[in-house]
Design a protein around this ligand. Structure first.
Ligand SMILES: [Zn+2]
Ligand SMILES: [Zn+2]
Length: 434
């Protein structure tokens, strides 16, 4: 049997007190709350990487949690292991004479199937087996509700890669049509993983990446602040905290940036390359920087057609050429020590991803080849892509390279996970956030 630690359950007697520790003192994010009426329990999920903490409070005097707390006081209650097939897992342990609390799976939180193994069989720990809704059998449950992003909670994330420091920044959130984000994947499937808002849009983050080595490089720069209220409404801007805040948090001034590197010139990547000054003139935002753009992408962006025109907004990049700060590159090449661009076509013909290497370790800024962790599944390809079948080939090659190098992958548009490692075989890949 293969099992993953899903969460650790902690019985609490006073949720407000528990939250003041886990949420306020530790600063962890409470992901949601769910009532499990069959157990007379309310669960509060606390995000801690791939596994979670689950704060459990009894909602009635006869709740197992209320009784547990009454007998032993608050504390560690159970651990939960996620399995692919809970019926097979139960049959396996039963065959070995393991004492079970549940002989058959029953519905648990989040539409999962669960079964408990008796603590006497598990060296004093109550062990819950869980098969989540996406794996195998399904349990009727309401689809998850849309949750607006927590703009104020955005923070930079720092990573060390050999001699380089990588800082995942943020430029707030925006929203795009959910169907367009997942191409041929039916809404009945994607909406259970990424719930849309009432205008059918899903939330995307913008996470430019800062690379500090011999030089200071910014990869992409978010959407910027030149667009008007109508544009902000269509695309659901949520930019109460944006790139200026992120750079300040990282201790970087606009003048510190030596190189700005574009993966491509769509407005959600290149919008922050320029600013409109007090006189209304649009100028480069980073005064000392050279802006590196792939020549083919530049040609496409400056000669748009009906299918890509809405994504290429001239004020985001034409002023760079006017100011003489544009450097066009033709091929895959090293841009600064440890940083190399690689053409990854499909989303646009000359889209490029960025490989970062130092001290024998690798990272990749995949940009719109794998914009969110959900896009790790090969057929989950955006409808926006000009050549989706080419994206498929690109993605297969890129994922193979990622696995060979055990690279840290940056997800530019994922609202929850800035970076992680890809685990599992093709068709069953998951992302382990770091
Ligand atoms: Zn794009
Ligand atoms: Zn994008």
């Amino acid at each position: 049997m293969k099992a993953w630690l899903d969460h650790v359950g902690i019985a609490v007697d006073n949720v407000a007190d528990a939250l003041s520790f886990y949420r306020d003192a530790l600063g962890l994010e409470i992901e949601g709350t769910e009532d499990v009426p069959s157990q007379r329990v309310r669960a509060h999920f606390v995000r801690t990487g791939p596994a979670a903490l689950e704060l459990l409070e009894g909602t009635a005097p006869d709740s197992p949690i209320t009784r547990y707390v009454g007998k032993r006081g608050p504390g560690l209650h159970h651990i939960t292991l996620r399995v692919d097939d809970i019926a097979a897992a139960l049959a396996q342990v039963k065959a070995r004479g393991v004492r079970l609390i549940d002989e058959a799976p029953r519905p648990g939180a989040e539409g999962a199937l669960v079964a408990f193994i008796h603590p006497s069989a598990a060296h004093g720990v109550l062990v819950e087996l869980k098969q989540s809704r996406s794996g195998g059998h399904t349990v009727a449950a309401a689809p998850p509700a849309f949750k607006p992003p927590d703009v104020e909670a955005q923070r930079i994330s720092r990573y060390t890669l050999g001699d380089l420091e990588l800082i995942s920044l943020y430029d707030g959130f925006f929203r795009l049509d959910g169907g367009s984000m997942f191409g041929v994947v039916p809404r009945t499937i994607w909406s259970t993983r990424v719930p849309p808002d009432d205008r059918h849009r899903i939330v995307l983050a913008m996470r430019p990446l800062l690379v500090r080595g011999t030089r200071t490089m910014l990869i992409d720069a978010g959407i910027g602040s030149k667009e008007d209220a109508r544009f902000a409404d269509i695309y659901g801007f949520d930019r109460g905290r944006h790139l200026d805040h992120a750079l300040a948090e990282a201790g970087i001034a606009a003048e510190d940036i030596d190189i700005v590197l574009a993966t491509h010139l769509h407005f959600d990547h290149a919008g922050g390359f320029t600013v409109r000054d007090a006189s209304g003139r649009v100028r480069p935002r980073f005064p000392r920087a050279q802006y590196v753009v792939r020549r083919g992408e530049w040609e496409d962006a400056t000669h748009p057609h009906e299918r890509n025109r809405a994504s290429y907004l001239a004020p985001n990049f034409v002023p760079l050429a006017d100011a003489g700060v544009l450097a066009l590159v033709d091929d895959d090449q090293t841009i600064m020590p440890g940083v190399r661009v690689q053409r990854t076509p499909g989303h646009t013909a000359h889209h490029q991803s960025v490989w970062i290497q130092s001290g024998g370790r690798h990272a990749v800024f995949a940009a719109d080849v794998i914009p969110m962790t959900t896009h790790i599944a090969e057929p989950w390809i955006m409808g926006f892509d000009l050549c989706p079948v080419e994206t498929l080939t690109t993605k297969k090659v890129l994922l193979r390279e990622i696995e060979e190098r055990d690279a840290l992958v940056f997800f530019e548009h994922d609202p929850h996970i800035p970076a992680g490692h890809v685990r599992g075989p093709a068709g069953k890949r998951t992302v382990q956030s770091v």
